[in-house]
Design a protein around this ligand. Structure first.
Ligand code: IMP
Ligand code: MG
Length: 451
């Protein structure tokens, strides 16, 4: 069977830990979208692994697959693989031949466009990894796929067409000096066909040598047919989904569960026969621009509280190190996520981070133009006009969370249980796990989706 893990908020819900925990029963862990914009932290025996591209299951000897829906930066891929090998692991990672490749000009153009928008509120606050420009080229039918790296001659031909276009875009549209005497060397080489060809055909050679490329759909279907367990690991979150998130402050792919099929090549019925687990952080964080109705800001008390939660929860971007904005849990956002993904279960993380507060609030609904609304409006402009109707919960104290994890759900402080059960009721979805700390042992498991 399959289990799909999806972020229900804005990314950074602690998916890595859940994939790690439930992925124990999986034979294969596949990513279906995104690239090295993701940041997955896995803690194993006190050692922390930070991965951005390689599926987190690789830390535990699972076969990792990067599906056709992913965008792959081969430099990051091999860096992460080499790093895991240096640390004594033997990661087995397969990459879809259909996955698109992030090229140096994509990263440069990501930065150029953000810079061009920097004086307006159009700036997205991307991770700068070239994700958006790579998906643009995929849709524009001028992208390069992993399979292209295995064919040096074809690669050159495609590069000659596309690099000339990208260079003109940088120079003529954005007015960037690509290779004048004062030009930045890194920018220059990002638009140099020979330099790119040399570097990327070498990646192709290594992909072939290590036999890493697969037809992802066929590979996964075969595994499933043989009775193996497959986990689909979503990156980012529903509210930064290109279709279902708060456009334009979104990533350029679909983290939502439907893409687990499209982004790997198995049928939606295969995904739908399995479980879809929504990962929820007990509060909100956001790295990057865009509205956030329940954000803690605007007065000293709120900002102190945000600062406290940021420190307690380590709310700094895994990929970029940026401090994350912090807010109360937003229930309309979760209702939207539950519908768009069809969650069959929830994992609610980080309830330990909120321990010690006198009271904990949630945005239960919004007030929009004098009307009470219970889910996300379709446009970001409307969302920005939403005023949250807050509900208060009595806080819970800090306890020995490792002992709680050991003992089980009944050991969770009563007030925290009231909070969790409220969320479960509002979403009409059972809780499968409660995260009470960063390690995978620090999770209270109520139900294992693979069982
Ligand atoms: P991009 O994915 O780099 O294009 O960034 C687009 C938006 O998605 C920005 O607001 C990023 O901060 C956000 N984003 C991308 N990846 C992640 C992630 O893994 N966690 C949280 N936010 C992310
Ligand atoms: Mg992350």
């Amino acid at each position: 069977m399959t289990v799909t893990i999806v972020g229900s908020q804005l990314g950074d819900e602690g998916k890595g830990g859940v994939v790690d925990l439930f992925g124990d029963a999986a034979d294969v862990v596949a990513r279906y979208q995104g690239g090295d914009n993701a940041g997955h932290t896995v803690v194993e025996g006190g050692t922390e692994y930070k991965l951005s591209l390689v599926p987190s299951g690789a830390v535990r000897d699972k076969v990792g697959v990067l599906g056709n829906g992913c965008v792959v930066n081969p430099a990051t891929l091999f860096e992460e693989i080499d790093d895991l090998r240096d640390r004594g692991l033997a990661p087995d990672v397969r990459v879809a031949e259909r996955a698109h490749v992030i090229l140096p000009y994509h990263r440069v153009l990501d930065g150029i466009e953000e810079e061009a928008k920097s004086d307006s509120d159009m700036k997205v606050g991307t991770t700068g990894r070239g994700i958006g420009p790579t998906y643009e080229d995929k849709v524009g039918r001028r992208g390069l796929r992993i399979a292209d790296l295995l064919d040096p001659e074809g690669l050159r031909e495609k590069l000659e067409y596309v690099v000339a276009q990208k260079r003109a875009l940088a120079e003529d549209v954005f007015g960037v000096d690509v290779d004048g005497p004062d030009a930045d060397e890194e920018i220059g080489s990002a638009f140099d066909v020979d330099a790119i060809h040399e570097e990327y055909s070498e990646y192709g050679r290594r992909l072939r040598e290590e036999d890493m490329t697969v037809n992802a759909g066929a590979f996964l279907a075969d595994r499933i047919e043989r009775g193996e367990e497959v986990m689909f690991e979503g990156a980012q979150g529903t509210s930064i989904d290109i279709d279902h998130g708060n456009y334009p402050y979104v990533t350029s792919s679909n983290p939502t569960a439907g893409y687990a099929a499209t982004g790997t090549g198995v049928g939606p019925t295969t995904v739908g026969r399995g479980e879809v687990v929504g990962i929820v952080k007990a509060y909100l964080s956001r790295v990057g621009s865009g509205p956030l109705p329940t954000e803690l800001k605007g007065d000293d008390e709120s900002e102190e509280l945000a600062e406290y939660i940021r420190e307690e929860g380590g709310e700094y971007g895994t990929v970029t190190g940026r401090p994350r904005r912090v807010g109360w849990l937003d229930i309309p956002m979760l209702r939207h996520a539950a519908r768009a993904n069809g969650f069959t279960g929830l994992a609610i993380n980080h309830i330990d981070v909120l321990a010690g507060l006198d009271e904990v609030k949630v945005g239960h609904s919004y007030d929009l133009d004098g009307e009470e609304v219970f889910t996300l409006p379709a446009t970001t402009e409307q969302w920005a006009d939403c005023e949250p109707n807050l509900r208060r919960f009595d806080g819970w104290s800090d306890v020995d969370w490792a002992a709680v994890a050991e003992e089980g759900y009944d050991a969770v402080p009563e007030n925290a249980r009231a909070y969790l059960e409220y969320v479960s009721d509002e979403l009409d979805t059972d809780i499968y796990a409660v995260g009470v700390g960063p390690g995978r042992e620090e999770t209270v498991v109520l139900e294992d989706p693979f069982e």
